[in-house]
Design a protein around this ligand. Structure first.
Ligand code: PRT
Length: 107
């Protein structure tokens, strides 16, 4: 498995713009608007924290998948793709420590 799955899910999310909210969860989220997407991210982030605090690795993976997925819907709302985040992670690769990452952010 690779980051191909992120690209594929990102493409499906993109394809749901303007689709029938009655037949697609993603289309329904787009239809409800940014606040609804952000609310889901907040909920999934909380559920991720709870799974980690419970020490339940399987649940943690499940909740992080929900969090990533809804974050990808938020990215798509702004015309962004998972590749944009992967590029940012790649940019940070090899940088040492937060100070250097933060300094580059201001460039
Ligand atoms: N990865 C996901 C995915 N992860 C989670 N979900 C949905 O996100 C929701 C998660 O919400 P919760 O766990 O909080 O459950 P819930 O309380 O029932 O949620 P609500 O309906 O109340 O918001 C559920 O309805 C899940 O079905 C997802 N829905 C879709 N995808 C991907 O998006 C693609 C397109 O989906 P459709 O737009 O539905 O065709 C799918 O093929 C998948 O690849």
């Amino acid at each position: 498995m690779s980051d191909d799955i992120l690209s594929r899910v990102g493409a499906v999310i993109e394809s749901r713009k303007g689709a029938d909210p009655g037949t697609s969860y993603v289309a329904k989220l787009f239809d409800k608007g940014l606040d609804s997407i952000l609310k889901k991210i907040g909920e999934e982030a909380t559920e991720t924290v709870m799974a980690a605090k419970d020490g339940d690795p399987q649940k943690l993976v499940y909740e992080v998948a929900d969090l990533w997925f809804h974050s990808m819907v938020a990215l798509a709302h702004f015309g962004l793709k998972p590749e944009d985040v992967l590029a940012e992670l790649a940019r940070r690769e090899g940088l040492s420590g937060l100070a250097e990452i933060a300094a580059r952010k201001k460039d």
